[in-house]
Ligand binder design. Structure first.
Ligand code: SF4
Length: 421
């Protein structure tokens, strides 16, 4: 039986697409292998959002050259955001790679099964479902619109059918994915909004939870916030990337909103959904960012107190507006210091937020086992570990929290809630 190996780095979109590719392989009679050297076909699903990710991809591409040399029949394919429109140039650089295909495109040699067949046969309890591809925003630092193209929304009916099928196959939680889910539907004839889509999905029997990401502060609507407040399956959790807490830096980033707008949005979300868990993304060391401007970001994060902050140091991405027009003039050591300062701040905030859950009982969707413990997530997306001898994957269980840290919670099982199996 032929074997396939998929190597994936990057965002949840890449993970979702790799899962679908794997499903197509399975339906064509391939079996997965975790060992690249045993595979008949290797797919690298790449990311170039930061220089460190791009380096990992090129290292991997060089490393598998030896496998092709010892097995000339091995098929190697490259997808993800490393793949640009210059496939001839890529082929010249990596002659041992047989196929290049853009993210989200299923290659012709796999498409015979048809896109509907790409759904995993045995999905995990929590699955990702892409609802849009591409992005129209062109934030000055971001390479994604150049690689994934302009925004395309999938029709509501198609997504509803797909989610219902995933639920029929065992999924309990669905995270809707897009580079900017808040502008979902603007390119469809009926112009549905994300709030409409959530309303339809909320009706699916057997589905326990709905999430969505990534949001854009300039496009998030009051209707969407109200949908989170009123739809019982939509989890009380929102990721809303701020990127910087200084208006001049936001302007250079071409984000299309101000700090004041962002602050108002957070106030609105918290007043309509009081128990919301919020996360954000921040870039430090953007070109020309002064110490004072960095302090504005630091103060905003201290003031708004997020559950989670994803922090990155700026790295120029060739082809973007920032790489073309702005000098990468914050020294690497300074970027590292700013990053570390925010990490320390966030660690203390998350410690306090999570400590409030000590002694509380939380609902956890069990996703699997790690290091001898069951692990799952709360509706607010907190990672929870617990020990128990019974079998729990895909179940909703009640866990009484007896230990907290900034990154995760631990507890003991109380009562099995609903075994949705
Ligand atoms: S919204 Fe901005 S950061 Fe996000 S994918 Fe689009 S261009 Fe990139």
């Amino acid at each position: 039986m032929p074997r396939y190996h998929i190597w994936t780095i990057g965002c949840q979109m890449n993970k979702a697409e790799s899962e679908r590719l794997g499903s197509l392989f399975e339906q064509q009679g391939y079996r997965a292998t975790a060992v690249a050297g045993e595979a008949d076909i290797i797919v690298l699903n790449s990311c170039v959002v930061r220089q460190s990710a791009e380096n990992r991809v090129t290292n991997k591409l060089h490393a598998i050259k030896a496998l092709k040399k010892s097995n000339p029949d091995l098929v190697i394919a490259l997808t993800g955001c490393y793949v640009n429109s210059d496939t001839a140039g890529l082929k010249k650089k990596f002659p041992h790679v047989d196929h290049f295909f853009k993210p989200g495109d299923f290659p012709e040699w796999l498409e015979e099964a048809g896109p509907g067949q790409a759904l995993p046969l045995n999905p995990s309890p929590a699955v990702y479902v892409p609802i849009t591809q591409g992005c129209d925003n062109f934030c000055s630092y971001c390479i994604v619109p150049y690689r994934r193209g302009r925004e395309r929304s999938r029709p509501v009916a198609e997504i509803v059918r797909e989610v219902a099928e995933l639920v029929r196959r065992g999924a309990k939680e669905v995270t809707l994915l897009g580079q900017n889910v808040d502008s979902y539907g603007h390119d469809l004839p009926e112009r549905p909004e994300l709030a409409d889509l959530l309303g339809e999905l909320n009706e699916i029997d057997g589905l326990a939870r709905l999430r969505f990401l990534t949001n854009h502060p300039k496009d998030m609507s009051s209707r969407l916030i109200e949908a989170v407040a009123s739809l019982d399956k939509v989890c009380e959790q929102i990721n809303l990337p701020v990127q910087a807490g200084d208006n001049d830096i936001l302007r250079l980033m071409r984000r299309g909103y101000t700090v004041e707008h962002y602050r108002r949005l957070i106030t609105e979300i918290r007043s309509k959904v009081p128990d919301i868990a919020l996360s954000t993304d921040v870039i430090v060391g953007f070109p020309s960012e002064t110490e004072e401007q960095f302090r504005h970001t630091f103060s905003l994060l201290s003031e708004l107190r997020f559950d989670t902050v994803h922090i990155a140091a700026y790295s120029p991405r060739p082809g973007t507006i920032a790489a073309r027009e702005l000098a990468d003039d914050v020294p690497a050591a300074e970027k590292a210091r700013r990053l570390s300062e925010i990490e320390q701040l966030q660690k203390s905030i998350a410690t306090e937020i999570n400590a409030r859950l000590l002694g509380e009982t939380v609902e956890v969707l069990v996703e699997g086992r790690k290091k001898g413990k069951w692990q799952g997530r709360t509706r607010s997306d907190k990672l929870v570990f617990f020990s128990d001898n019974a079998d729990h994957p895909g179940q909703l269980v009640n866990i009484r929290i007896d230990k907290t840290s900034p990154w995760s919670l631990q507890g003991k099982i109380e009562v099995n809630m609903t075994d949705l199996k």
